[in-house]
Write a protein that binds this ligand. Sequence first.
Ligand code: AMP
Length: 449
Amino acid sequence: MPNVKGTRDLLPSESVIWARVEETARRVFSLYGYGEIRTPVLEHTELFVRTVGESTDIVGKEMYTFEDRKGRSLTLRPESTAAVARAFVDHRLGEQPLPVKLFYMGPHFRYERPQKGRYREFHQIGAELLGDPGPASDAEVIRMLVGFLEELGFEDLTVLLHTVGDQETREAYRAALVEFFAPLAEQLSSESRKRLERNPLRILDTKDSAERELLIDAPKLEDSLSAGSREHFAGVRSALDRLGVKYRVDPGLVRGLDYYTLTVFEIVSEGLGAQNAIVGGGRYDRLLADLGGPDLPAIGFAIGLDRLVESLPAAFRDRCTQAPAVRLIAIDPVPKLAAMELGEELRARGVAAVVDFGNDRMKAALKRAHRSGARYVLLLGEDELAKNAVTCRDLNAGEQSLVPRSEIVGLLHNRLRNQIKGQIKGQIEGQIEGQPAGQPGRQRGEGEA
Ligand code: AMP
């Protein structure tokens, strides 16, 4: 049976990369004081209708909404900011020292037309800083995000930055748009006419080419920006300059969710094309209060993990591939048990070891060892058992020697020391030593004999 359209299976060769990206996010975000929040995949539909906005594409066309057995309308989360805000209000996190810093990662669902970089089940890693008005926190959030992406090896990223203004700005801009479009209503599509009544800002998202022509003369948000909004935006930019973050002010940046206020941003990768942002984020100063919570400002972002992985620099991918370094081969039943015992001893010292379970000839077993990417092959035959020794073959060097059974675990542990340290302590260890962690055994490090 095929999988559901727009969903994917991730096999180990891919999931190892995803796991490493997630580990990096956890590490970088916790360096800034963020803690992980895990909210349910299911929420009441109303949460997204009220926050993301009824007239947005997400709520209007893309949600996986259904009634449960008691007739309640539930939705598979299409994004997580609303869910994090809900949890923040439910758990009264506003009573904790502010700001509260939370990150999340997991699957999200939108009924979109599947294509490369666009799925119906997709994954986001996001962070939210709740309870600080900025602009310094805006800059810190963006700096953290850029730092995370740089750790993954990205170099061709562009931060697009803009402001959608505060409440005062939005009201003034809304009025200006209504005044502009009202006499042109006849020329608008029925969808845009509806938007004119409900949320005229959404007309700016139109993909209709005739409507895009009309937009050329439409009032610009810049002209409606309040003094406070201008000051906030200037503050964000000067803090980003100070922190050395490169960005481009993009007046065309329209984020497809209603709850944004002031700062909005996206990060695009040149390789992926402008359509496909990897990250979207912004400030949402009214959302908590709209949900019946405290009147606290907040800012956050969401990274599209599927797209991020698709555009990862090759060097990062290469570092993630990790074959067990040792392969044990014993053709006959008695030596096979001895090999299993030895495998346990190796693993107890942190050496990844796989016992070959094939019941065929040595030649076939050696072929499997080469294909597996192992660095060392240990051969245990009747001969070796009689001598209480193991034949150790170094596949890189093409050498082999007979090693006393009592010495083999210590010897391999020593030779693979760098790799084991990297696995245990993650990338931190690798970076401190100036050597990427978890490299496959083919790399020669200082600890090797
Ligand atoms: P948004 O919540 O719309 O701001 O999206 C944030 C990020 O999530 C985007 O920049 C994308 O990288 C990613 N994203 C959104 N929708 C999808 C999708 N259908 N498939 C894959 N990634 C997506």
